[in-house]
Write a protein that binds this ligand. Structure first.
Ligand code: ADP
Ligand code: MG
Length: 325
C-alpha cells in the first residue's frame, strides 16, 4: 500500500472575532475560541499507480486532507503513512518522493521565466543534468510549452501558468502526487489539456495520484475510483461508474431563446432549474437528451444551446438524499 490513512482527524482552533474596542481589549485577557472539525474521521488506502478522485462540496475537508498527506499540517489524531513515511515529520527523502499542486497557489516567480523556477527545483531536489533535461523535455512537450519556457511568467495565460506549475511540481518525478483543483478557473479546452496530461503522466511514470476537482468531467475522465467526503467524513469510496450510473440519470440543457417564451411551454421537457423567459436551464433524462435538444431547436428560435453533465455537487447531493431515506 502506498498511502494509508487511518482515523485521521484534524481540528482548527478559530479565535472568535470581537467587535468594538472594549471587547477587543477584553479579549487580551480571555481569548475565546471555537474548534472547527475540518476532518472528523477519515480512513482509506491507496495502491501504487492508482489515480483516485477525492471529491466533495466546498469545506468538506479535501484541502486539509491533502495538506496532512503532504506534511504541511500535523494531524490532530489518527495516522497517515505514505511510502513508509509519516508525512508530518517532513523527512527530506519523503519530500523528494512527493509533489503537491494547488490550483489556487503558485510557486513560480512572477517576473522571471518559468525555467528559473525549474532550475531552482533541480538544485533543491538534487536532480542530475541528464535526468533534468530528460524530464523537462518530456513534460514540456506533453504540455506543449517548449517555446514558453523563457517567457516571463507574468506574460503567460492562466492555463499556461498552470502547465508551468505542473512542471515545477513534477520535475523531480515524484512517486506520489497530490493535485488540489489543478483545473480551477481554466476554460474547458485548457481543462481538457491538463486532464489529458495528468492521464499521460500517470501512465508514463506509474505514479500514484490523488486528485480533487470541482469538475465532474475531470474526475470522470481520469478516475476509476472516487472517495467522496463531506463534513470531514467519507460517504462513498468505490467505483465512479457505479454512482454516476445510479445517480446521474440526468443531463442539463441550457437554452437561450431569441424571443421570450413562457415557462409552462418548457415543463413538458424536464424539470426547470432556471427560467427568465430568454434563458432556461432544464434537467432532462439522460436517454432523452438528444431528442429533446432536437425538438427545442426545431420548435423555437434559439440563439444557443448547451448540453452538460450535472455538477459534481448535484450528484453528491443526490447520493446524500438517497442515503438519508
Ligand atoms: N487554517 C484554517 N483555520 C481554520 N479553519 C480552517 C483552516 N483551513 C480549513 N479550515 C476549515 O476546515 C474546513 C475544511 O476546509 P478545506 O479542507 O479547505 O475544505 P475543501 O478543500 O474540501 O473545500 C472548512 O470548514 C474550513 O473553513
Ligand atoms: Mg479545497
Amino acid at each position: 500500500m502506498i498511502i494509508t490513512v487511518s482515523h485521521l482527524k484534524r481540528d482548527f482552533k478559530v479565535y472568535k472575532r470581537s467587535s468594538g474596542l472594549i471587547t477587543a481589549m477584553g479579549s487580551i485577557f480571555h481569548r475565546t475560541y471555537e474548534t472547527v472539525e475540518a476532518i472528523e474521521d477519515i480512513s482509506f488506502d491507496i495502491q501504487k499507480g492508482e489515480l483516485v478522485g477525492f471529491i466533495g462540496p466546498n469545506g468538506a475537508g479535501k484541502t486539509t486532507t491533502l495538506k496532512c498527506l503532504s506534511g504541511l499540517l500535523h494531524p490532530s489524531s489518527g495516522e497517515i503513512k505514505v511510502l513508509g513515511y509519516y508525512p508530518y515529520e517532513r523527512n527530506s527523502n519523503y519530500l523528494k518522493e512527493i509533489g503537491l499542486v494547488m490550483g489556487q497557489k503558485n510557486q513560480l516567480w512572477w517576473d522571471l521565466p518559468a525555467m528559473e523556477t525549474f532550475n531552482l527545483n533541480k538544485m533543491i531536489y538534487g536532480i542530475s543534468d541528464d535526468e533534468y533535461k530528460n524530464t523537462l523535455g518530456t513534460l514540456s512537450s506533453l504540455l506543449e510549452v517548449k517555446d514558453l519556457l523563457t517567457t516571463p511568467v507574468r506574460q503567460l495565460s492562466l492555463g499556461q501558468r498552470m502547465k508551468m506549475e505542473l512542471i515545477a511540481s513534477l520535475i523531480h518525478k515524484p512517486k506520489v502526487l497530490f493535485l488540489d483543483e489543478p483545473t480551477i478557473g481554466l476554460d474547458v479546452i485548457m481543462q481538457k489539456k491538463i486532464r489529458e496530461f495528468i492521464a499521460e503522466y500517470n501512465s508514463i511514470y506509474k505514479s500514484t495520484i490523488l486528485l480533487t476537482s470541482h469538475y465532474m468531467s475531470d474526475v470522470k475522465k481520469l478516475c476509476k475510483r472516487v472517495i467522496i467526503i463531506d463534513h470531514g467524513r467519507i460517504i462513498y469510496d468505490g467505483n465512479l461508474s457505479e454512482i454516476v450510473e445510479k445517480y446521474s440519470k440526468f443531463k442539463i440543457i441550457t437554452v437561450y431563446f431569441k424571443k421570450p417564451i413562457e415557462a409552462k411551454e418548457l415543463t413538458r421537457y424536464g424539470k426547470l432549474k432556471f427560467f427568465n423567459r430568454e434563458k432556461a436551464i432544464i434537467t432532462v433524462g439522460r436517454e432523452k437528451v438528444s431528442k429533446i435538444a432536437a425538438r427545442l431547436l426545431e420548435k423555437y428560435d434559439i440563439g444557443d444551446l448547451n448540453i452538460e453533465e450535472l455538477e459534481i455537487d448535484e450528484i453528491i447531493n443526490m447520493v446524500f438524499s438517497k442515503n438519508n431515506k
